[in-house]
Design a binder for this molecule. Sequence first.
Ligand SMILES: Nc1nc2c(ncn2[C@@H]2O[C@H](COP(=O)(O)OP(=O)(O)O)[C@@H](O)[C@H]2O)c(=O)[nH]1
Ligand SMILES: [Mg+2]
Length: 196
Amino acid sequence: MIKKVHLEFTIGDFNQLDQIKKMRQIVFVGKSNVGKSSLINTLMNKKNLAHTSNSPGKTQTINFYNIEEKFYFVDLPGYGYACASKKKISDWGKLIEKYLTQNKFIDLIFLLIDIRHTPGENDKLMCDWLKFYKFDLIVIATKLDKIKTSQTEKNIQTIREKLDLEKEIILPFSSKTKFNRDKILDLIKQKISSEK
Ligand SMILES: Nc1nc2c(ncn2[C@@H]2O[C@H](COP(=O)(O)OP(=O)(O)O)[C@@H](O)[C@H]2O)c(=O)[nH]1
Ligand SMILES: [Mg+2]
């Protein structure tokens, strides 16, 4: 489905936010190391266009991947990076808040949660905040390959409870096995082809 992609621009400072083009955006957000870049690569069918890393907190910029000149995949810097300074955390908050609230082109937000772990305080804050602003929200439970199949339902239920989710979709996903890749692409396609 997706053939022509490139990293079009990155934003590291909120003074640059007005440079964002008026093109539709699909946003990926979550804790550092949860698998955002891996998911984006899997969807784009690229090995490492979105840089993945074992050292959390590496991506500190908002990265815009141009998908066939139609829309962007937006890789947000991860939150909850334990070693980040107070200044860094506050800069992160300002940048993300401004990006998310001053932008009418966001169609859909994927919130990523590691399927192995109970959502933390930052996940809950992020989720509540996204619900408050009434974004279309889909939760992706990442790293499905790291748990036993028999655990899947229970862990998804825990995520649903901890994040107070009702009708929101929670999809288990693995960038290793590509489980649910096509389903996620379908949901994106539906969104992009619908009128705003
Ligand atoms: N086994 C497994 N590892 C994953 C998966 N997704 C990401 N990872 C690994 O988790 C680490 C962080 O992934 P990355 O995509 O960089 O996370 P980000 O910080 O959220 O962008 C990397 O070492 C990835 O290889 C997955 O579905 N399965
Ligand atoms: Mg990343």
